[in-house]
Design a protein around this ligand. Structure first.
Ligand code: HEM
Length: 245
């Protein structure tokens, strides 16, 4: 039987991001669900505004963590970088084919970083997180006049003679109605991307968790504990061990 060996894989910023992001996503999805079904759940207007404000506050933490992680992919260790995350490069399709063939046979190929299927799932999740972050920041500007866009939005919709700094969400007497209608048209594609992004992210997170559990059971290893400790303990030689390119 091959000897077990411990490898250092996930660096601290990658691990911190993973769990901060997971907590933020759970919170944002739960609050988003309540807002989306506010009428059916008989949530009052004031309650809805409170939910939106808490959701947006958590959203800024989520955006901040995401920006740091996107930057870290340029400077982090080899497993945290774009090259190890994105499904591209000359050898990627060959590696994907070899991984799938091995996965459906009794033999399996072990990776320290993301395996070729994991790369697809990580890329899809990052794209969805970026869509939700960008659309969320626009909605925070148009709905609550929060930075960085709120200042311009308030100037856009304030009725003549109303100081844009005094605008409050929902106080329609303070708005210029024609400008408000234009702003609503402007925000429509963002709300659609936000809501469809939410459905797609919920589905992707489900697939991600399923993939991790199946891989952990089939391949052994320490996939889940490595997100806390940073170390993977593996028998045999992983495909992407240090010195293999
Ligand atoms: C994982 C990330 C996120 C998820 C899953 C998510 C999900 C949702 C959902 C389901 C809604 C309800 C839409 C509706 O009521 O029509 C919503 C609304 C909203 N979200 Fe997010 N969101 C995320 C991130 C963010 C971020 C980063 C921000 C801003 C910083 C943000 C700001 C808002 C705002 C302002 C609304 C209210 C839109 C409205 O009432 O029309 N969200 N979000």
């Amino acid at each position: 039987m091959a000897e077990l060996k411990s490898y250092r894989v996930w660096d601290p910023p990658t691990r911190w991001f993973h769990w901060i992001n997971a907590l933020c996503v759970v919170g944002l999805v739960a609050l988003g669900y309540l807002m989306l079904h506010g009428r059916a759940l008989e949530i009052s207007r004031a309650g809805g505004l409170k939910l939106k404000t808490i959701h947006t506050g958590l959203g800024y933490i989520f955006v901040f963590a995401l920006l740091i992680r996107l930057a870290w992919a340029f400077v982090g260790n080899r497993y945290a970088r774009w090259r190890a995350m994105l499904p591209g490069g000359r050898e990627y399709l060959t590696a994907l084919g070899a991984y799938l063939i091995a996965f459906f046979s009794r033999y399996h190929k072990q990776y320290l970083g993301h395996n070729p299927v994991g790369r697809l799932s990580v890329t899809a999740m990052f794209l969805l997180l970026i869509v939700l972050a960008l659309s969320g920041v626009v909605l925070a500007g148009t709905d609550l006049f929060y930075p960085p866009l709120g200042h311009w939005m308030a100037h856009w919709v304030a009725a003549p003679g109303v100081d844009p700094a005094t605008l409050v969400p929902g106080a329609s007497n303070l708005y210029d109605q024609a400008a408000l209608a234009s702003m609503r048209a402007f925000r429509r594609p963002f709300i659609l991307s936000h809501v469809y992004g939410y459905y797609a992210l919920v589905a992707m997170v489900g697939l991600h968790v399923l993939g991790v559990v199946v891989t952990e059971i089939r391949e052994g290893g320490t996939l889940i504990s490595a997100t806390f400790t940073g170390n993977k303990i593996i028998a045999g030689r992983p495909v992407d061990a240090e010195g293999d390119g």
